[in-house]
Write a protein that binds this ligand. Structure first.
Ligand code: PLP
Length: 398
């Protein structure tokens, strides 16, 4: 009889968003005709930028001729995209990386989820709480023990250092779900920690494009010493509406080393290359052409307009809820707003009240970890009219 990976039985059955979807489905079935507005989605709603569409169309036409068609793409990405990434996302911020440190992929979810494949099972892992569920679930699936670092409002959501030195640390800034960030100084304390304890930081910067304040680093490599200790994950999903197109990239600096049980030192860059060559067959050419188009002047203008649209939604939600006396975090450098639930309501109680009394959906904070209990996440990715209407409905509820 086939044996399962029993670690899979240790992760919760209901992935957070499935449970949200189930409750909404049941409510709608019981109240046909009622319109529910979601401020809970982590998906984009604006159309894809014209420069991206044009680039994808042109690349698709290339596929129609035997002379210009492309087969399997290079596993780590086409040079034209890698060069654009290096120049615009890093060199423009004073960070010098080389082309063989960039790994283009089909998503930051797969990369943050798969990176554990190259790390030993007995690493001590520390993950901020609350967090994007992929970090904890994939470590549990791999049989690793995880120490959670509760991020609380009293500390400005700054993660406490682990009780026991951690080998691997997950940081996500700007943060999903709290919408908060670390200043350059604060991020430096984590880089220093990692240097001192010879740990690896897995830095998820999927929301980097939403940063508006000057003191917030866009890349961990803006901090001195980070190249020795950090892998960084980026995504075109929220930056440029690629959630349905799929393109992301991961930076693995060549200085990054890890040891075997016998003390041999191996390059994580080489291991990740080996991983991708074995388990991944590249991101579609037409999609990489679409991604590269965002780095043109016109592309930058177009994606900036969309990000500004979402951040205006964030202001509408933040101001609307604050006027009701609610405490709201985030929404300045991130498309997420982290709201303290009113009274003593738990996250799910607040979810049910909002759903049944205001027909508004958000995401219960407790779904992102224990420290998220008593909080609620709204996202700024909705349509403007719906965002405005949702806030009016919440006002009526109060
Ligand atoms: N990392 C964080 C923190 C996210 O919130 C998300 C998506 O919601 C991802 C990664 C996944 O991004 P991608 O669409 O590139 O898989």
């Amino acid at each position: 009889m086939v044996k399962v990976n029993e670690y899979y039985t240790r992760i919760g059955n209901n992935y957070l968003f499935s449970e949200v979807a189930r409750r909404v489905r049941e409510y709608k079935a019981a109240h046909p005709g009622e319109r529910v507005i979601s401020l809970g989605i982590g998906d984009v709603t604006r159309e894809i930028a014209p420069v991206v569409i044009e680039a994808i169309q042109a690349a698709t036409r290339e596929m129609a001729s035997p002379d210009t068609m492309r087969g399997y793409p290079p596993e780590a990405g086409y040079d034209f995209l890698v060069e654009a990434i290096l120049e615009h996302d890093f060199l423009a911020r004073g960070v010098r990386l080389s082309a063989d440190e960039v790994f283009v992929s089909d998503g930051a979810k797969s990369d943050t989820g798969n990176i554990g494949d190259i790390l030993g099972e007995d690493n001590r892992v520390a993950i901020t709480d609350p967090a994007y569920p992929v970090y904890v679930d994939t470590n549990v699936m791999a049989g690793r023990r995880v120490e959670l670092l509760p991020c609380l409002p009293g500390d400005g959501f700054f993660p406490p250092f682990p009780a026991r030195p951690a080998d691997v640390i997950y940081l996500c800034y700007p943060n999903n779900p709290t919408g908060t960030t670390l200043t350059r100084e604060q991020l430096k304390t984590w880089v220093d920690y990692a240097i001192e304890h010879r740990s690896l930081i897995l830095f998820d910067a999927a929301y980097e494009a939403f940063i508006s304040e000057p003191d917030v680093p866009h890349s961990i490599y803006e901090v001195e010493g980070a190249r020795q200790v950090a892998i960084e994950f980026r995504s075109f999903s929220k930056t440029a509406g690629f959630t349905g197109l799929r393109c992301a990239y991961t930076i693995v600096p060549k200085e990054l080393m890890a040891t075997t049980s016998t003390g041999e030192t191996l390059s994580l860059n080489a291991l990740w290359r080996r991983h991708q060559a074995t388990k991944f067959n590249g991101t579609a050419y037409i999609i990489q052409r679409g991604a590269a188009a965002i780095y043109t002047l016109e592309g930058q203008r177009q994606i900036r307009a969309v990000i500004d649209y979402y951040m205006q939604n964030a202001r509408i939600i933040k101001q609307g809820l604050e006027r009701l006396g609610l405490t709201v975090y985030g929404g300045i450098n991130a498309p997420y707003l982290w709201v303290k639930t009113p009274g003593d309501l738990t996250s799910w109680e607040f979810f049910d009240r909002l759903l049944t009394e205001a027909r508004v959906v958000g995401t219960p904070g407790s779904g992102f970890g224990k420290a998220g209990e008593g909080f609620f996440r709204f996202t700024a990715f909705g349509k403007r009219e719906e965002t405005l209407e949702a806030i009016e409905r919440v006002k009526d509820l109060f």
